[in-house]
Ligand binder design. Structure first.
Ligand SMILES: *Cc1c(COP(=O)(O)O)cnc(C)c1O
Length: 386
């Protein structure tokens, strides 16, 4: 029987948002009528709500997740001569916040199972110049943040969590963004809490740190037209905040949908007989982590990742490669000659990773189609060998 579902998008933000359309319109109308497009009440409320959701006392809105990371580095006075430990298997912004300030990223390899920074390799990368560690909670699963904070504490280093993909995630039941001195979140439309444009937020348990972050996000200006430090202009606008407050109310449901979809992929791919060390390796879940599945990341060994991706694409099934090139190897860093000798798992992950469609409104029949097309790739190649 032909499957009625043919095209499966990598994600469908519009479909995810559709059930809340009336709530968005109502919230946005409120902003239009208030005329308070910056620093409106929705911004303050969203900060309070994200703080509560992430179990911290302080949250500061800003213009993007990238700005959140940059502001964190600025508020910590990171600059030339300082080193910051960070993974290379991440989105560019986790690292550009360091280099933009003239500081030096020191790359630590990832764990092959979670794709997160390998906590056991951090200590060897610490030098007298190390100031901070930026663990990235990749794909919606926390890095070993308890161990990382322990190491940071021992060596008097600051932890800034890149939780851009991990709002609502937790480790040992403690939320992402509440472990380090600062947590950084993104509201880019495809993130788990996605706005209708750019947006970001910083969290901190420490009120003095939060205050300093807010100072840097507002041109270092305090009081008006008196500048204490050279900050930047990075504001979360009221329209985004109004949209995000609607989305935050539904975030626990969205997370649950993602978890259901991920569990179904695990089951159906296993049942299809394509899970094996030399075929597909399913995403690993750290038993201490509450995974919120911003991405469902497979490993495709044996040099066949791009072939599988083309097979999916030819059959109108979306997929993506997060990330094809590690940050240390980006063209813009060519002249900096970073030491990448230890990044064995990072390079391997870039060659083997394949991200399948996952979004809250994805249907079972769409998922069945994805699994069937993946399975047909391997049965076709089995026939070729036979
Ligand atoms: C999305 C993302 C960012 C940047 O967030 P923007 O809001 O797009 O600026 C930073 N780090 C990671 C890991 C991300 O996925």
């Amino acid at each position: 029987m032909a499957n009625p579902v043919e095209n499966v998008p990598l994600l469908d933000v519009n479909r995810d948002n559709l059930p809340y359309r009336d709530e968005f319109i109502e919230a946005l109308t409120g902003v239009v009528d208030s005329g308070r497009f910056l620093f409106g009440p929705d911004v303050v409320e969203l900060e309070n709500e994200v703080a509560a959701y992430s179990e911290v006392d302080n949250a500061v809105g800003c213009a993007s997740g990238s700005d959140a990371l940059l502001l964190a580095m600025m508020a910590l006075n990171i600059g030339p001569g300082d080193e910051v430990i960070v993974p290379s298997f991440t989105f560019f912004a986790s690292v550009s916040c360091i280099t933009r300030l003239g500081a030096t990223p020191v790359f630590v390899d990832i764990r092959p199972d979670t794709f997160n920074i390998d906590a056991e390799k951090i200590e060897a990368a610490i030098t007298p110049r190390t100031k901070a560690i930026i663990p990235v909670h990749l794909f919606g699963q926390c890095a070993e943040i308890d161990r990382i904070c322990q190491i940071a504490c021992t060596h008097d280093l600051i932890v800034v969590e890149d939780a851009a993909q991990a709002i609502g995630a937790a480790y040992h039941s403690r939320p992402a963004g509440s472990w380090g001195l600062i947590g950084c979140f993104s509201f880019y439309p495809t993130k788990n809490l996605g706005g209708m444009g750019d947006g970001g937020m910083l969290t901190s348990l420490d009120p003095a740190t939060a205050d300093r972050l807010r100072l840097f996000a507002g041109h270092g200006m305090r009081p008006r037209y008196y500048h204490k430090v050279v900050g930047i202009n990075s504001r979360l606008d009221t329209f985004q905040a109004a949209v995000l407050r609607v989305k935050l109310r539904h975030l626990p449901d969205a997370v649950q949908s993602r978890q259901t979809i991920a569990a179904r992929y695990d089951r159906w791919l296993s049942e299809a007989g394509v899970v094996a060390e030399d075929r597909l390796v399913l995403p690993y879940q750290d038993p201490s982590a509450f995974h919120v599945w911003n991405q469902y990341a497979l490993r495709v060994p044996g040099g066949r990742r791009d072939e599988l991706r083309a097979h999916l694409s030819d059959r109108s099934v979306g997929s993506e490669i997060y990330y094809p090139v590690p940050v240390h190897a980006q063209e813009c860093y060519r002249d900096l000659n970073f030491d990448h000798s230890g990044l064995v798992e990072t390079k391997k992950a870039c060659a083997e990773i394949l991200n399948l469609p996952i979004f809250p409104s994805m249907t079972e029949s769409e998922q069945r189609r994805v699994v069937d097309v993946v399975a047909s790739f391997y049965s076709a190649s089995a026939r070729m060998v036979a």
